[in-house]
Design a binder for this molecule. Structure first.
Ligand code: AMP
Ligand code: ZN
Length: 114
């Protein structure tokens, strides 16, 4: 999508510190890390949020959760645990309107989130 910052990161138009990439997804370091490890996993295609995922996205969602998350957790040495979170819409606190999963680790997380 033309004016989407994460589409531009996925295409390489905007630089990022990429930690993983394949034909479906990209994962890069968050610009304002909230934990010692803070990576964003995004679909390369523009999806607004988790609220917009549908029937055609099963392969994508499975790929993210069955392949990419465990692979990155291992590579980033998050053996003590981690958190995956996606913010959707206004109440969810979403600020970038391109679906992304925060992968956070390297410290103990609090619950409930703010
Ligand atoms: P959310 O508030 O869940 O929409 O998360 C958006 C995240 O994107 C925030 O954690 C930002 O720090 C991060 N972010 C925004 N712009 C960039 C960028 N150019 N490169 C890396 N992370 C970014
Ligand atoms: Zn986008």
């Amino acid at each position: 999508m033309a004016d989407c910052i994460f589409c531009k990161i996925a295409s390489g138009e905007i630089p990022s510190t990429m930690v993983y990439e394949d034909d479906m997804v990209a994962a890069f370091k968050d610009l304002e890390p909230q934990a010692p490890t803070h990576v964003l996993i995004i679909p390369k295609k523009h999806v607004v949020s988790a609220a917009e995922l549908g029937d055609g996205d099963r392969e994508l969602a499975a790929h993210i959760f069955c392949d990419v998350v465990p692979k990155l957790a291992k590579e980033l040495k998050l053996s003590n645990g981690f958190r995956v979170v996606t913010n959707a819409g206004e109440d969810g606190g979403q600020t970038v309107m391109h679906l992304h999963f925060h992968l956070l680790g390297g410290r103990s997380m609090q619950w409930p989130p703010g």
